[in-house]
Design a protein around this ligand. Structure first.
Ligand code: UDX
Length: 434
């Protein structure tokens, strides 16, 4: 059964996952992209990105005809809802680059038909952007076009994108149009989570505030970790106790080598910029970013200082597990620092090798599995907490390394056990084991 006809511009994590989930509920979903090569890959069932469970839903909805991909905007005239899900990357000053949103708004306007259409932004955009979209559409749409603008921010995480979209904590709908709110509520009916219906500006702000809050928690955890290392306290324990307070909550308080990915670094910078633009002191957010970078640098420096030998096995390159994404990954800065200091790196990641090779080329030695990366290495460095690393055989690691020294940037091993087994072990916010 076809429920609604919708179009989605953009097929990155947000666009493609949203398209697949809505198609799976029986809607007719048209995905529009600008690169013909990528559109033909998507048409053949290749999701381009790695996201658990996505390929299956893509395949199912290509076969049943609910999902279509195109480089043209022909589907807009029949769509009740159009989602803009294009990139809004950081510019040099931290502000969001809205050029793609502007281009797409104009294209949508030119393609509108006689049907009432909700134009809803899923891309993360500064307060006021949807008003700008409204203005662009008004200026370019045919006189008889009937439309309303809305903001429907997306909160999915990479690696759990499908389940996050199916059962989010909340669905935020910002619009000044009652009809647009009704249509968006109708589309989201099969989806879980609380509904927050609000004005456009609040919806735009909710997205930045949410990501910045989570990033602030992580930087706070990393600050406590740094202090704990100096003071001889156990940061994970401290943070566990802090998180047991219901008012704080346990999630996103894991200290490590800092946050990466396509959202947190970009959105914290953008909100800091928005604050400055509004004449509001947003230096809290500058510090959040600074602590995040310090976490990487400090870890890299501890390796330089304490490594026994110059050949290191690197386990984990993606910015977090269950994704091939390396955007703003701590691994990049840390490996650059290590290369500068004359180390030779034997790297392995279950998904991200291809992307890392594009950046580092033959500066790194690439291996198909964690054991081959380990063989011939002096020490081990863990940069991403993939399950297969946490489950690794510690006896085997000890036997294989030239010196049993492990630098664990994600606290995946137990210091007591590492000590008992005779490892020299460095982790985050905990005493060194020597
Ligand atoms: C994030 C938001 O969670 C999501 O709601 C938004 O829509 C997009 O941005 P994502 O970037 O996929 O999602 O990753 P997330 O799981 O949030 O992790 C971000 C980074 O924080 C990772 O590098 C992760 O390693 C790091 N992190 C997370 C920590 O360092 N400590 C933690 O306790 C949690």
């Amino acid at each position: 059964m076809i429920d609604m006809e919708i179009s989605i511009i953009g097929h990155g994590y947000v666009g493609l996952v949203t398209a697949c989930v809505f198609a799976d509920f029986g809607n007719k979903v048209h995905v529009i992209g600008r690169t013909p090569e990528k559109i033909s890959r998507l048409k053949s069932g290749d999701p381009i990105i790695y996201e658990p469970g996505l390929e299956e839903i893509l395949d199912r909805n290509l076969k049943n005809g609910n999902l279509e991909f195109s480089t043209n905007y022909d589907s807009i005239k029949d769509s009740e809802i159009v989602f803009i899900a294009v990139g809004t990357p950081s510019q040099a000053d931290g502000s969001a680059d809205l050029s793609q949103v502007k281009v797409v708004a104009k294209e949508i306007a030119l393609a509108l038909g006689e049907r009432f259409t909700v134009i809803s932004c899923k891309s993360t955009v500064p307060v006021g952007t949807n008003k700008m979209v409204e203005k662009i559409v008004t200026e370019n749409a045919p006189a008889q076009a009937k439309f309303a603008v809305a903001s429907c921010p997306e909160f999915l995480r990479e690696g759990t994108g499908v389940s996050d979209t199916l059962s989010p904590d909340r669905v935020v709908i910002g619009t000044e149009s009652k009809k647009a709110a009704e249509l968006l509520l109708e589309l989201h009916k099969p989806i879980g989570g609380q509904r927050v219906v609000c004005d456009l500006s609040s919806a735009e702000m909710i997205k930045y505030a949410s990501n910045s809050m989570l990033a602030t928690k992580i930087s706070f955890a990393n600050l406590i970790a740094e202090m704990s290392e100096v003071a001889g306290a156990n940061a994970p324990l401290v943070l566990k106790a802090v998180g047991l307070d219901n008012r704080v909550g346990a999630k996103f308080l894991d200290a490590g080598i800092g946050y990466g990915g396509a959202c947190f670094p970009k959105d914290v910078k953008a909100l800091a910029f928005i604050g400055k633009d509004l004449g509001v002191d947003s230096s809290l957010l500058d510090q959040v970013e600074k602590i995040n970078h310090n976490a990487r640098e400090r870890f890299a420096e501890r390796i330089v200082k304490n490594a026994k030998g110059k050949v290191l096995a690197i386990w984990g390159l993606s910015f977090k597990p269950n994704t091939d994404d390396i955007r703003e990954a701590p691994s990049i800065d840390i490996m650059k620092h290590l290369l500068k200091n004359g180390f030779s790196l034997r790297v392995y990641d279950p998904q991200a090798m291809g992307h890392i090779r594009k950046i580092f080329g033959d500066q790194l030695n690439y291996f198909d599995n964690k054991d081959d990366a380990l063989a011939g290495s002096d020490n081990l460095v863990v940069l991403t907490e993939w399950n297969e690393f946490a489950a690794a055989d510690l006896e085997e690691i000890k036997k294989t390394l030239n010196s049993p020294v492990v630098f664990d940037g994600r606290n995946i091993f137990d210091p007591e056990q590492m000590g008992k087994m005779g490892f020299e072990y460095y982790s985050i916010g905990r005493k060194d084991v020597k």
